[in-house]
Design a protein around this ligand. Structure first.
Ligand code: 5GP
Ligand code: MN
Length: 346
């Protein structure tokens, strides 16, 4: 049995909305990750089983290693099909906002989502939700939005309607937001849920391979280069930094998703508890930042204070508008500012 995490009043409220709705739009955050796509498609599969017309819309591209999921090919990219997406968003009865809690996380879609007359419901697990949805289901203590989607469907009374395809999507989001159940993954109910998903016929070992073992040779060589030549360890701060310029990425024929997970690797060094990865994106004219920590070191605070970002305590991100050198200087300032908290947590 699962604990009733989501308040009953919100389940009841949402249940009425779903019952009445015909057209539903599910939106998720920019640079969608496994949990964004997994939770969105997991919910979409369920809503389709209830005969709703469902469209999943995201601001831009997601990595190829998520493309195998059922429904992924129909996910609408706002940067490609703005007009059509605007129409769907404006005509929706209900809009679900999944895996984000601040309108700026959907970038160019923010205006049209905010202005749409549709009823809006947020399902998310990031701290400090903004108030832009009539129903806000926000649980930072839950390790993935996909898990929340599973809990929601069960509480609505429709566990039976979860298909194998829907279960695969939900499992993928749960797996990717916990690094394959290696962090934020001590809640025993996660494993109860996995048992339930397995009962739908999913092959969790194959899902792991599809997500984590389908990289290109170029990506592996870029990883080798990043670790051998570009990783700097700051032992006195229990921290590590990897920074890759656009030129370096080009040298290894970088494609979207190739640096996914790089930020986690330095945390496997004894005594390193804070890891930052900087990736220059010339096209967007910015440096994309990923931050990870072990223990109670607040990555999200560093992300918001130094890099216009936010996220979870142990996994967050941001953007820096300036040169790589300036971004690295900013990182070094953050180390000094947070020195008191940068102690060994292992
Ligand atoms: P990643 O390092 O995988 O890109 O992002 C890790 C987490 O940080 C995401 O799940 C998201 O919660 C958060 N995040 C990433 N980029 C940004 C950003 O630019 N702004 C904010 N507020 N959060 C971000
Ligand atoms: Mn998530």
């Amino acid at each position: 049995m699962l604990t009733k995490v989501i308040e009953q009043s919100r389940i009841d409220h949402l249940s009425k909305w779903i019952e009445r709705a015909e057209k539903v739009v599910v939106v998720s955050h920019v640079a969608p990750d496994g949990d964004a796509i997994g939770s969105s498609l997991g919910l979409a599969h369920f809503l389709e089983s209830q005969d709703k017309t469902v469209n999943v819309i995201v601001p831009n591209a997601f990595p190829d290693f998520l493309r195998w999921m059922s429904g992924a090919k129909d996910v609408l990219r706002y940067d490609k099909y703005k007009e059509f997406a605007d129409k769907l968003i404006n005509e929706a009865d209900v809009i679900f906002c999944l895996d984000f809690n601040a309108l700026k996380r959907i970038e160019d879609m923010a205006g049209v989502v905010a202005a749409s007359p549709a009823r809006k419901a947020m399902i998310d697990h990031h701290p400090y939700p903004e108030d832009f949805c009539r129903i806000t289901i926000s649980h930072p203590e839950v390790s993935s939005t996909s898990e929340l989607v599973f809990r929601l469907i069960c509480r609505l009374g429709y566990f039976e309607d979860i298909t194998k395809e829907g279960a695969e999507c939900i499992y993928t989001g749960m797996m990717t937001d916990t690094g394959g159940f290696t962090y934020n993954s001590n809640d025993r109910e996660i494993y109860f849920i996995i048992g339930e998903l397995l009962s739908k016929g999913i092959d969790k070992d194959e899902i792991y391979r599809r997500v984590y073992h389908t990289y290109s040779e170029d990506r592996l060589r870029l990883m080798g280069y990043a670790l051998y030549s570009k990783m700097h360890v700051f032992p006195e701060f229990h921290s590590a930094l990897i920074a890759l310029t656009q030129e370096e990425q080009d040298r290894f024929h970088y494609v979207k998703g190739d640096t996914e997970g790089f930020v986690n690797i330095p945390l496997s060094i004894k005594n390193v508890c804070f890891s930052v990865f900087l990736r220059e994106d010339k096209e967007k004219g910015m440096i994309k930042i990923s931050l990870r920590s072990v223990g109670d070191f607040p990555c999200n605070q560093v992300a918001s204070e130094f890099f216009n970002g936010g996220g979870h305590l142990n996994a967050s991100g941001g953007e820096f508008y300036g040169s790589m050198r300036e971004a690295i200087d900013e990182f070094k300032k953050a180390l000094v500012r947070y020195q008191g908290l940068l102690v060994n947590k292992k």
